[in-house]
Design a protein around this ligand. Structure first.
Ligand SMILES: Cc1cc2nc3c(=O)[nH]c(=O)nc-3n(C[C@H](O)[C@H](O)[C@H](O)COP(=O)(O)O)c2cc1C
Length: 278
């Protein structure tokens, strides 16, 4: 009854793991699939290994968390081993990839496309190094160019994951559609935000700033999904602050065809998928 289709790919239900939470290893991705998710998205990975930022990389705040992981990645060659072990009989496997140039994205996409059902392009991380993440997805021309490069390389469906940190999300959604994106994922974390330790007077995160996620960002995510739905004709995956089935229904009414869950897994574990599905 919950079966659905996204970009021509069938899903046993519309619930997915969001990129970056429990997504670095096949063992945890399989744990999420066994917990009832219809699909899992890996943590974002790149062509070359990247250490990411120093600890602390996450801090709890009212309504969610702030994170600045810094796109840590073991590099595509190491990540291939994980993707090979994801149980694609249980559910769908989606790779989240990032890079600084269209060529880097295409290289990574080409290397892994045979191992996954879809690719999600992270052009939206709010705490990435200059030239990566949101610095691509805040510019419609770069968005179009990067998406089009990946689409020219692979035949699996490509989702462009967008940032809410823009003046006009419709303009970026249209650019991704023009670049050939098969679907859109909205939203990546919001911000950057900051939390200060009032005993030391210092920011808590090593990177000072990070992306905000969790229940507090849900109204912004719902509005972004709605705007993108009005502006484009491609399917949308909604993400941001989902905790229960009523949140999912809200995203579906806004125009989403499927949803992803990230931060709430930290509060209540992978069991959230079974609970929401029920
Ligand atoms: C700890 C953490 C790491 C994340 N890493 C990634 C990532 O690697 N790639 C990405 O596209 N989004 C990443 N995100 C963003 C989530 O996929 C999601 O878009 C955002 O957190 C909003 O959803 P949520 O409120 O359900 O967490 C990360 C979020 C968190 C909390």
């Amino acid at each position: 009854m919950l079966k659905t289709k996204l970009c021509g790919i069938s899903l046993k239900n519309p619930l997915m793991l969001a990129a970056g939470v429990l997504g670095s290893h096949a063992s945890s991705l399989n744990w999420i699939l066994n917990s009832g998710a219809g699909a899992v998205v890996s943590k974002s990975f790149s062509k070359e290994p990247n250490e990411g930022y120093k600890n602390p990389t996450t801090v709890a705040v009212e309504g969610g968390i702030i994170n600045a992981i810094g796109l840590s990645s073991p590099g595509v060659d190491a990540f291939i081993e994980e993707l090979e072990s994801v149980n694609r009989i249980k559910g769908r496997s989606i790779a989240s990839i990032y890079g600084a140039t269209p060529d880097e994205f295409s290289y990574v996409a080409g290397k892994i496309e045979s191992l996954v059902d879809m690719i999600e392009m992270n052009i939206s991380c709010p705490h990435a190094m200059e030239g990566y993440g949101a610095s691509i997805g805040q510019n419609p021309d770069l968005t179009r160019e990067f998406v089009s490069a990946v689409k020219d390389t692979v035949s699996v469906p490509v989702l462009a994951k967008l940032t809410p940190n823009v003046t006009n999300i419709s303009e970026i959604a249209i650019a991704a559609e023009e670049g050939g994106a098969d679907g859109l994922t909205l939203i990546n974390s919001l911000g950057p935000g900051m939390k200060i330790d009032i005993i030391t007077g210092n920011p808590i995160l090593a990177n000072k700033f990070g992306g905000m996620s969790g229940p507090a960002i849900k109204p912004i995510a719902v509005r972004c999904v709605y705007d993108a739905y009005e502006a484009t004709d491609i399917p949308i995956v909604g993400v941001g602050g989902i905790r229960n089935y009523t949140d999912v229904v809200e995203f579906l009414y806004a125009g989403a065809s499927a949803v992803q869950i990230g931060t709430s897994i930290m509060y209540e574990g992978p069991e959230i998928f079974g609970r929401i599905r029920k």
